[in-house]
Design a protein around this ligand. Structure first.
Ligand code: MEV
Length: 440
């Protein structure tokens, strides 16, 4: 039976890897060789990556791809995408090209407000709590001055602090609901530092508020943390064209394409089983750009899915309509991302990704990410209502299967041609591969 390991974080990287090999691998040499194969020869670069997290043993590669030809508000962008799923970048490129010829994407940031909360328990008179809050509110701002000074110089800072009574939801539960403008920073550190300072001031001052009883003075701060739900940090992206211009696919009339497309989006709007997959396809595009630009895709995912369920039913993040012969397709999502701070200053490939995007502001990045999501959804729905997704999907997956089979470059080229007009299911590829090898 395996034993727990003591003091693991204090071991050196080599010691950690040796422990890992001893504990979890029969073929230790083979495991060690793969782990080391992914180390970077540049020691400084490797150390940088080692120090991103605890207990680093190696690097985990994802491909970084690019999707050119995105026309957004009359400007051309090449979008960097970090993703492992084979058809995502290809679909983005195809959608970009399609809309390039039809006026491109139009985008707009509707709001940029971030949120954080101090959650606390107060067992006492509500009116007295409100009086206390109103008394000390200016001090909440002044005590946080050291944290907010720089952000204020740049035009951001704390927007509002309000006291919220949540006792209907949970006994004695109140909160300070705080909103922030964090400009080009995602703002997590800034917001959390502000909140922890608010909590400190709030707790300290409560002890000196003459109207509080002894019990009321003992209000309990439970936690102070930003919220990844940002329904007032919203970006919109849109494409539109005359229905007659939806004429790329010769096998389907433009009117039928438009009608089926709108139906597909409407289905995702009312049917959560479909909505989850529909939105997953959108996140294929969104996460890939969020990751390439060094942003926190878990935060973005959590916030966007909560937004998709904001009225109590999980719905599509995109919408489509046909009115007066015009097809319109758009997305509206919350996005808290940054182009300064965090990994953006640290990871060399993130810097490259931001340069590819011409060093965007956070607002510009929000718009680019929304476009990537919309484009991805356009590609997926377009395939679904015409050929089905397997055709394109398996074509892209073909190389993965061939790599698994250990195909040579020559064999790969042969099979790409061979499967051009056939469906490349896993089974079909394996059979064709074995046949070719048997012949050889
Ligand atoms: C696959 O990663 C994404 C899709 O399933 C999205 C969709 O169904 O809309 C193709």
């Amino acid at each position: 039976m395996k034993q727990p390991v003591e003091g693991f974080s204090k071991l050196t990287k080599e010691q950690k890897i040796a422990w890992l090999a001893n504990t979890h691998f029969n073929n230790q040499e083979a495991a060690l060789s793969i782990i080391r194969q992914y180390w970077n020869n540049d020691e400084v670069l490797q150390k940088l990556h080692d120090e991103f997290i605890e207990n680093t043993i190696s690097n985990y590669y994802l491909p970084l791809g690019i999707a050119p030809n995105f026309l957004i508000n009359e400007q051309l962008y090449t979008i960097p995408m970090a993703i492992e799923e084979s058809s995502v970048v290809a679909a983005a490129c195809k959608a970009a090209k399609f809309w390039l010829q039809r006026g491109g994407f139009k985008t707009e940031v509707l709001s940029t407000e971030k949120v954080g909360q101090v959650h606390f328990i107060y067992k006492g008179n509500k009116t007295k709590l409100e009086q206390f809050f109103n008394n000390i509110k200016p001090q909440l701002y002044t005590d946080a001055k050291e944290i907010t000074a720089n952000m204020e110089k740049r035009g951001g800072g704390i927007l509002e602090i309000s006291l919220v009574d949540k006792t209907k939801n949970l006994d004695n539960y109140y909160q300070l609901h705080c909103t922030f403008e964090t400009l080009d920073a995602m703002g997590a550190n800034f917001i959390n530092s502000c909140l922890e300072q608010f909590a400190k001031t709030f707790k300290n001052e409560a002890q000196h508020f003459a109207d509080f009883t002894e019990e009321e003075k003992q209000l309990q701060i439970v936690m102070s943390i930003l919220s990844n739900y940002v329904p007032n940090c919203i970006v919109k992206a849109e494409v539109s064209c005359p229905v007659t211009a939806l004429n790329e696919d010769k096998n389907i009339a433009p009117e039928v394409f438009a009608e089926k497309f709108v139906q597909a989006v409407n289905i995702a709007n009312v049917e959560p089983y479909r909505a989850v997959t529909h939105n997953k396809g959108i996140m294929n595009g969104i996460d890939a750009v969020v990751l390439a630009t060094g942003n926190d895709f878990r935060a973005v995912e959590a916030g966007i899915h909560a937004y998709a369920a904001k009225d109590g039913t999980y719905r599509s993040l995109t919408h489509a309509s046909v009115e007066n012969g015009i097809f319109k397709f758009w997305i509206e999502i919350p996005l808290a991302v940054g182009t300064i701070g965090g990994l953006t200053n640290l990871h060399p490939l993130v810097k490259i990704a931001l340069e590819i995007l011409e060093k965007p502001s956070a607002k510009e990045l929000m718009q680019i990410i929304a476009v990537a999501g919309l484009a991805q959804n356009f590609g997926a729905v377009r395939s679904l209502i015409t050929t089905g997704i397997q055709k394109g999907h398996m074509k892209m997956h073909l190389l993965n299967i061939l790599n698994q089979l250990g195909a040579t470059e020559e064999e790969k080229q042969y099979f790409v041609t061979y499967f051009k007009d056939k469906t490349a299911t896993h089974n079909a590829v394996v059979q064709a591969f074995n046949k070719l090898r048997a012949k050889a």
